[in-house]
Design a protein around this ligand. Sequence first.
Ligand SMILES: *Cc1c(COP(=O)(O)O)cnc(C)c1O
Length: 392
Amino acid sequence: MKRVYLDHSATTPIEQSVLDEMMKYFLETYGNANSMHSFGREAAYAVDNSRRKIAELIGVSPNEIYFTSGGTESDNWAIKGIAQKNRGRHVILSNIEHAALIETGKQLREQGYEVTFLAVNDSGIIEPQALRKAIKDNTCVISIMLANNEIGVIQPIKELAAIAKERKVLFHTDAVQAVGSIPVNVKDLGVDMLTLSAHKFYGPKGIGVLYIRNGVKPDKLVIGGHQERTMRGGTTNVPQIVGLAKALEIATENLQSNYKKIKKLRDHFVKRILEEVPFVIYNGDTENRLPQNANFTFEFIEGESLMLRLDLAGIACSSGSACSSGSLEPSHVLLAIGVPIEKAHGSLRFSFGKNNTIEEIDYTVDIIKDAVEKLRVMSPLFYEFKEGSKNV
Ligand SMILES: *Cc1c(COP(=O)(O)O)cnc(C)c1O
């Protein structure tokens, strides 16, 4: 059977050359990077090189790179680490953050912090004026994502970070979806902390980075050994770190050509869906948007039913966020941009990757057309709608 993977915002396949590079650090250079002997020194050398490479690729110093177990840990660390240094104070997050931050915000609130989930506008963007108004004298940290995982909108982070700086509030951005897809230069963005994760750019799962600007000192989240300059305990994950660096290098080298290719696939998909499937809404800002993302509401049907039909045809996409699918909660991101609950339930995310082909996109559109038509025949909502419009 044909299999088409259109869920790259959930995760990407690992690049073969990345895996090849990593194997050496499982099988040969397997020493503990903290050990004094040659096995350890060789491992430490590989980690140093990777750290230097990553720092250079995102425009920071090597001693501002901290390795973590992934995007989720980095997000938790950034916000909890600063909040815990500033007991009971005020924290601002956007209301379209990834669950890693939304849930952290909720936990901080339970612990007595004041937490603002700042609303985006109908395009999904945090307006600088809104942030300016939300900052209080006791705000200690702000976290606004660079690009959203469900609707792909890109925030004006440079402008937002400058506002935070004016008010002397620390600013973190979750750049997990952005890194590897669009150019990201940390110093140019002017943020104090930034999260990235390897498995979203064809690297291994379970490894990420928290960039922490020199001079910023969050409390530790994971304590134990003296790894990561005493800031994050746990035996250094050498193969994964080497893999992250290699994947980031490849992604950066091919950024422009991948961007063009993926955007072309996405645009073709969007054009065909809007032209050929009736009663469809394209969600999120059309301009400030990641090249890989398309999010649609198919009116009068359940997103999950459509997703399962596509799955039977070998096509992988996502209903809501990968984290909220499995629950019946509609996506908090779609609700935040003003999509009504019933329409949020009829929404699917398609996220494209560098290995997709135009034939796969055309196959997918053909399957969607057919599936939507069949589901609507069975849909009481669609029946009511048609009857209703007859009487007008
Ligand atoms: C995937 C993702 C995360 C979580 O990263 P993990 O490495 O899977 O923990 C966080 N934020 C965003 C925006 C993501 O897309």
